[in-house]
Design a protein around this ligand. Structure first.
Ligand code: ADP
Ligand code: MG
Length: 693
C-alpha cells in the first residue's frame, strides 16, 4: 500500500486549480496523468527575463523587460499589417505589435497614459525598437508575476504555456516534504538539495543553469530516478538469492556426449561462457544470467550444453522463443545436438490444441520430456513440469524487467538464462539488467565468411533483380526483406505483396512470401520449403520471421534499409554468411538519404562488430530506439539522461546493492524513506517483495 503522505501526488491532475477536463486531456498527451507527473516535467529551456535595460539600450533579438508608459494605439491602416501600441521610457520609444490583435482587449491591457511592465523579445525593425506579441504585460503592482527566469516546457496543441505553468505551480504546492532517502554523505559531497527543494529550484528557477547535465538540482532528481530503479532491481536480486533454488550438478556424461557428437569444437568463448553458467547452476542460489552474443556467435550450442547439465541433474529445461516459428527453428537446431546425448525434445506453442497438446502436457508432467521449446504458451495455466530446473529465454526484447519481477515474485525456483543477440552498451545493461549477471560470447565460430555489404539506391533495383536471377539460376538461396512502412501490418503487407508479385512474375515458383499475419502452419511450411530449396527467394515482412538458420542462404536484400534500426539490420545480415559460399547484403535505400541515415548505413557497411554498431546506433538515434523503448523494458526517463549520466548510474547501482545487502526488507526510518522513493517512481512490484511490504 502506498504511504498516505504520497496520496496528493498520485491524485489526478484535475484536482489542480485551472485544470478542467480539456486541460487534463492535453496534460495526458504530455504524459502527465497524476500530479507527480507534472512535478517530473522537465523544462526544455529557460528564458532569462532579468535584463531591464533602458529601451534604447536593448539588444536586438534578446528577451528583456521594460517599465514603460503607454502613449497611443495605432490600429492597422489596412489588412495584413499589425496593430501597434507606442510606449516610451526616459530613453526613447518602444512599439508593441500584434497581428490579429483585438483592439478592445489591448485597450484594456494598455490604457494610454498608464505605466506597465512588458516583457518579450526585442527587435530593431526599420529604425524602430519593437516587441512583437509581448509575453507579459502587467501593471507595476503585479511585476512579481513576471518570472525572472522562466522555465519552458514541452508543448502540446491546445495547451497554453501559462496554463501548464500554473498547473505545475499547483502541483508544487501539493508536494510534501519527504524524509531524505539519499545517503547524507553523498548529498553533502555533491551539494545536492533536498527533494522538494530541488523541484522548486527546477520549476521556479533562480539560476539559469539548473537544466545542465552537472547541475546539482538536475543530478539530484536524476539520481532519485536511477536509484529507484536500481534499488528495485537490487531487491529482486537479493530476494531471488534468499529463495533457494536447486544445486544442479551431474556426472557430466550428457554434456560430454554433446561435445563428442557435435560436428564442431566449441569456441573459446562458448567454453568460457558455459563454465560461468555451469558454476551458477551448481550452487543452490538461483541463476539469473544474461548471455549476450552477436548473431551467429553460437548461442544455441551453449543453450544445448546448459540444458544437458540440467537434465543430467535430473531436471527439465524449457526454452522460450518470441515467436512460434523461432520456437520450431530452435527445435530443429537442437534436435541433432540433443540426440547425441540421448535427450528427449518436444515443442509446445499456442498452435498445439486438443489431444496433441494433452500428449505434450502429459509428457512434460511425467518427466518423459527432457527439453521443451516453445512460446509464451510454456508458462500458461495448465502446463506442469515434472521438475523444471532451467528456463532459457531467447531474444530478451519482449521479456522486460516487469516480467522478471513477476517471475521472481512467484517464487519460481528454476535457474534462468536469457539470451540476446542485441549487443548492449554497459550503461544500458546496468539500467535494464542491473539484477542480472552478464556473460558475453565475444568470438565467432571459425570459418565464417565476411558478408559483403553494399549500400545501393532504389533506382538501381533492376541490377539487384538481375543479380537475384543469377542466384536462382545457380541454385542459391536469398532473402528479400520489405520495409516497415508504418506500425501497421496491413501497409507492410501490401508493399511486400507487390514485391512478391513482381518477383514471381519474373522468376515463377521459386519465390515465396512469408509475413506476420500468416497462419503459423503456413509459415512453417514455407520456411521448410526454403530450407530444402523448393523456394529460393523468400520475401518477408517482419524481421523476426527471418530469424532462421538456413546456411545455404547467401544473399540478403533489404528494401528501404534506412527505415530499420541498425541492430535490426545487423541481425538480418547475420542470416547470411553461414556457409562457404560468398555472401552479400544489399541495403537498398530510397533517395534522398538524410545525413544521419547515410552515416548509419555507412557504419553497417564498414563493420561487422555488433557492439560497435550498437554504440553508433545509440549515439545517432538515442538509446530508446536501440531496443525499442517499450519492448526492452527500458523505462521512460524524466530527469535522467542515460547517455551522459553513466557515472550517476554507477553510483546508484553501487548504493542500491549496498542497501539490498544491508537492509533487504527496508526496515527502519531510512528504509521507510526508500520505500517512498520506490512508490514515487512506481516500483510497487519491488515493494511487494519486502517481507512487510
Ligand atoms: P546465434 O548465436 O545467432 O543463435 P547459432 O547458435 O544459430 O547462433 O549458431 C550459428 C551457426 O554457427 C549455426 O549454424 C551453428 O551450428 C554454428 N556453430 C555454433 N557453434 C559453432 C562452433 N563452435 N564451431 C562452428 N560452428 C558453430
Ligand atoms: Mg539464435
Amino acid at each position: 500500500m502506498r504511504p498516505q503522505i504520497l496520496f496528493p501526488l498520485f491524485a489526478d491532475t484535475n484536482v489542480l486549480a485551472g485544470v478542467g477536463p480539456k486541460v487534463a486531456q492535453s496534460l495526458e498527451k504530455l504524459g502527465a496523468n497524476h500530479v507527480f507527473d507534472l512535478l517530473c516535467m522537465m523544462p526544455v529551456s529557460m528564458i532569462d527575463r532579468r535584463s531591464r535595460p533602458p529601451i534604447t539600450q536593448a539588444v536586438d533579438g534578446q528577451i528583456a523587460s521594460f517599465d514603460v508608459e503607454v502613449e497611443a494605439h495605432n490600429p492597422p491602416p489596412r489588412r495584413g499589417l499589425p496593430y501597434r501600441v507606442r510606449c516610451f521610457d526616459d530613453s526613447g520609444f518602444l512599439t508593441l505589435a500584434w497581428f490579429h490583435g483585438r483592439p478592445d482587449y489591448l485597450m484594456r491591457q494598455l490604457p494610454p497614459g498608464e505605466r506597465r511592465i512588458v516583457s518579450g523579445k526585442v527587435e530593431r525593425f526599420s529604425g524602430e525598437i519593437q516587441m512583437l506579441h509581448p509575453d507579459y504585460i502587467v501593471p507595476l503592482s503585479q511585476s512579481g508575476d513576471i518570472p525572472a527566469i522562466e522555465p519552458v516546457y514541452p508543448m502540446t496543441q491546445g495547451l497554453a504555456a501559462k496554463t501548464l505553468r500554473k498547473a505545475i505551480t499547483g502541483a508544487l504546492e501539493r508536494a510534501p516534504e519527504l524524509e531524505e532517502w539519499i545517503d547524507p554523505g553523498l548529498m553533502e559531497k555533491r551539494h545536492w538539495p533536498a527533494w522538494r527543494e530541488a523541484l522548486v529550484a527546477l520549476h521556479h528557477p533562480t539560476d539559469l543553469h539548473v537544466l545542465e547535465d552537472q547541475s546539482p538540482v538536475r543530478c539530484r532528481l536524476a539520481y532519485d530516478e536511477l536509484l529507484s530503479r536500481q534499488l528495485a532491481l537490487a531487491l529482486v536480486r537479493a530476494h531471488r538469492r534468499a529463495v533457494l533454488g536447486m544445486a544442479l550438478t551431474g556426472n557430466g556424461r550428457k554434456v560430454q556426449a554433446i561435445l563428442d557428437t557435435a560436428p564442431f569444437a566449441p569456441t573459446g568463448a562458448q567454453s568460457r561462457v558455459f563454465a560461468e553458467i555451469e558454476a551458477d547452476m551448481a550452487v543452490p542460489e538461483r541463476m539469473m544470467r544474461l548471455l549476450q552474443g552477436d548473431v551467429g556467435s553460437g548461442k544455441t550450442f551453449v543453450a544445448a550444453l546448459a540444458a544437458a547439465r540440467a537434465v543430467e541433474a535430473g531436471g527439465q529445461c524449457a526454452i522460450m522463443a518470441p515467436t512460434e516459428i523461432l520456437a520450431r527453428q530452435h527445435t530443429l537446431s537442437l534436435a541433432p545436438l540433443l540426440k547425441g546425448a540421448d535427450m528427449t525434445l518436444d515443442v509446445l506453442t499456442g498452435r498445439d490444441k486438443g489431444a496433441g497438446r494433452a500428449d505434450i502436457l502429459a509428457r512434460l508432467k511425467s518427466g518423459e520430456t527432457d527439453v521443451v521449446c516453445g512460446t509464451h504458451a510454456l508458462f500458461q495455466e495448465g502446463v506442469e513440469f515434472h521438475n523444471l530446473a532451467l528456463v532459457i529465454i531467447d531474444e530478451q526484447h519482449r521479456f522486460g524487467v516487469s516480467d522478471r519481477l513477476r517471475l521472481s515474485a512467484k517464487g519460481a525456483r528454476p535457474d534462468l538464462l536469457v539470451m540476446t543477440a542485441t549487443p548492449i552498451p554497459r550503461t544500458l545493461a546496468l539500467a535494464v539488467y542491473g539484477d542480472m549477471d552478464l556473460s558475453k560470447l565475444d568470438e565467432k565460430p571459425p570459418g565464417r565468411k565476411p558478408v559483403i555489404t553494399r549500400v545501393i539506391p532504389l533506382a538501381r533495383l533492376e541490377d539487384v533483380i538481375t543479380r537475384l536471377g543469377q542466384l536462382i539460376h545457380d541454385g542459391g538461396r536469398g532473402y528479400w526483406v520489405c520495409p516497415l512502412v508504418e506500425e501497421s501490418d496491413k501497409i507492410d503487407l501490401a508493399a511486400a505483396e507487390d514485391r512478391y508479385n513482381d518477383l514471381k512474375a519474373r522468376f515463377g515458383d521459386s519465390i515465396g512470401l512469408i509475413h506476420g499475419r500468416m497462419p503459423a502452419k503456413d509459415k512453417e511450411a514455407l520456411s521448410l520449403a526454403f530450407k530444402n530449396g523448393d523456394i529460393q527467394i523468400l520475401v518477408a515482412t517482419t524481421v523476426v520471421e527471418v530469424g532462421m538458420d538456413v546456411p545455404e542462404a547467401s544473399v540478403m536484400v533489404i528494401e528501404q534499409a534506412e527505415r530499420f534500426g541498425l541492430a535490426q539490420l545487423h541481425q538480418l545480415r547475420g542470416r547470411v554468411g553461414r556457409s562457404a559460399r560468398p555472401s552479400s547484403c544489399l541495403l537498398l535505400y530510397q533517395s534522398p538519404l538524410s545525413e544521419t541515415a547515410r552515416k548509419r548505413l555507412e557504419t553497417l557497411r564498414s563493420t561487422d562488430d555488433g557492439f560497435l554498431i550498437a554504440e553508433t546506433d545509440w549515439k545517432l538515434r538515442g538509446m530508446g530506439d536501440l531496443l525499442g523503448m517499450r519492448q526492452s523494458g527500458l523505462p521512460r526517463n524524466r530527469f535522467a539522461r542515460l547517455e551522459s549520466d553513466t557515472e550517476l548510474l554507477e553510483v546508484a547501482n553501487a548504493q542500491a546493492r549496498l542497501i539490498a545487502q544491508n537492509d533487504p526488507d527496508l526496515v527502519g526510518k531510512h528504509g521507510a524513506a526508500l520505500r517512498q522513493l520506490l512508490y514515487l517512481f512506481e516500483q510497487d512490484q519491488a515493494v511487494r517483495l519486502l517481507s512487510s511490504g
